[in-house]
Design a protein around this ligand. Structure first.
Ligand code: CMC
Length: 395
């Protein structure tokens, strides 16, 4: 069995070469194409970030305008998608709906399904970035039984999404600039994160030559899990649980459970495979949290207080210090999204929307790499040796 390196969870295996995102886990540094996340979050918007991830450089004025126009050209989805959506139960989890809808795009856009054709990939990329907000908002509207709102292309990417989510045909929707900026920042912070589980899934899936929509649907499916994109949902559920049981007064008791290995309880939104320091995205998210809660007059939000208390205790507690467990991006993003009015079950869908560009950039990078091969891990076989089916097993 000594033929292959055994590396469960790929803790020490680099699966590819990549020039997109750099993380220094010890320093707590995150760079997209060399630019620090803190600078992008304050000086660029999400579509600039998409352009950067896809093309390697920030856009100039003309490129910015052209890219915005290109994306907004594709924000509508085929009307037939509505009928597909209607097949779901109203109470379906939005991620169940989203995996279906994104996969179904392959059935609608036949001119962009050849993954080996760079032109096809280019259109598929724009379609996916443009249509994800529409699909997420449709999944939401379907669940609450409201009419779908068509995209409005004179709005920003985040503004359009807010309107499709919370607008109704009955009255004009006024986009709040603070919420728009907050959502845009959530999108930027989630846009890429090198070879995480869902991105590796997209690469592996795409390496078989499947179509780009199918590969991204695989990413959505992987992101759903609570150890990955589902952590923001799990984190908010955890905060609400503690709040129900007595709030800040119960934090000590809860922490004892977290530290007890037999309890099965984790501090959700804490810890990271790569960051062994404060996740820089968590810092930015905490700032945004302050801004949004102030805008909405929710400065005394009990969950925010609770989260800050948990963080304070954890950062001073030996259990967390020794294991280098710090807040990750999900620790505060749920509170921001909840304040904006996004239901908890949609959090991971927002993450998927934002990560789509990262998945595509990584997929493109893989397909352009002359050394790329179909991904095919090996195994260490631990099962039975060769044996015969008993004679007379089935008479
Ligand atoms: N609460 C309590 N203990 C923890 C936590 C936590 N959140 N995270 C890790 N630990 C402990 C873990 O039990 C282990 O202890 P020991 O060495 O005594 O066995 C030690 O810390 C190392 O953790 P690990 O599970 O070996 O680390 P990993 O790299 O396999 O897992 C993780 C990383 C993110 C899955 C894990 O930290 C976790 O489950 N965190 C909570 C879920 C979460 O917030 N996930 C979001 C990740 S960031 C966004 C994203 O990727 O989508």
């Amino acid at each position: 069995t000594g033929m292959f390196t055994y590396d469960p969870g790929f803790l020490s295996t680099a699966s590819c070469q990549s020039a997109i995102t750099y993380i220094d886990g010890d320093k707590g540094e995150l760079l997209y194409r060399g630019y620090p996340i803190e600078q992008l979050a304050t000086q660029a918007d999400y579509l600039d970030t998409c352009f950067l991830l896809l093309n390697g450089e920030l856009p100039n004025e003309t490129e910015r305008g052209d890219f915005h126009k290109l994306v907004t050209n594709h924000t509508m989805v085929n009307e037939q998608m509505q009928f597909f959506l209607r097949g779901f139960r109203r109470d379906a989890h939005p991620m169940a709906v989203l995996t279906g809808l994104v996969g179904a795009l392959s059935a609608f856009y036949h001119d962009s399904t050849d993954i080996n054709n760079p032109k096809h990939r280019e259109i598929a990329a724009i379609r996916l970035i443009a249509k994800m907000p529409t699909l997420v908002a449709m999944a939401y509207k379907y669940g609450v039984g409201q009419p779908y709102m068509y995209p409005q292309n004179n709005l920003s990417y985040a503004g359009n999404f807010l309107r499709m989510m919370f607008g109704t045909p009955c009255e004009e929707y006024k986009v709040s600039p603070v919420l728009e900026r907050a959502l845009d920042r959530i999108f930027i912070l989630h846009a890429d994160h090198e070879q995480n589980a869902s991105t590796s899934t997209v690469r592996l899936c795409g390496s078989s030559g499947t179509n780009p929509f199918a590969a991204i649907a695989a990413g959505v499916a992987c992101l759903w899990g609570p150890a990955h994109g589902g952590a923001n949902e799990a984190c908010l559920n955890m905060l609400e649980d503690i709040q129900r049981q007595g709030g800040v007064a119960k934090v000590g008791e809860f922490m004892e459970k977290v530290k007890d290995k037999n309890s099965g309880v984790k501090l959700m939104g804490f810890g990271h495979r790569v960051y062994k320091n404060y996740d820089p995205r968590a810092k930015l998210m905490q700032e945004t949290c302050n801004e949004v809660l102030a805008e909405l007059g929710l400065e005394n939000d009990p969950l925010f207080k609770l989260a800050k208390e948990l963080e304070k205790i954890a950062l001073e507690d030996d259990y967390f210090v020794q294991r280098k467990l710090y807040p990750n991006v999900d620790f505060y993003s749920g509170i921001v999204q909840r304040a904006i009015g996004i239901p908890v079950s949609l959090f991971t869908g927002i993450f998927a929307l934002a990560r789509t560009v990262g998945w595509i950039a990584q997929l493109n990078e893989m397909l352009a790499d002359p050394e790329y091969k179909i991904g095919r891990p090996r195994q260490l076989f631990t099962g039975s040796a060769r044996r015969d089916v008993p004679a007379g097993f089935k008479k």
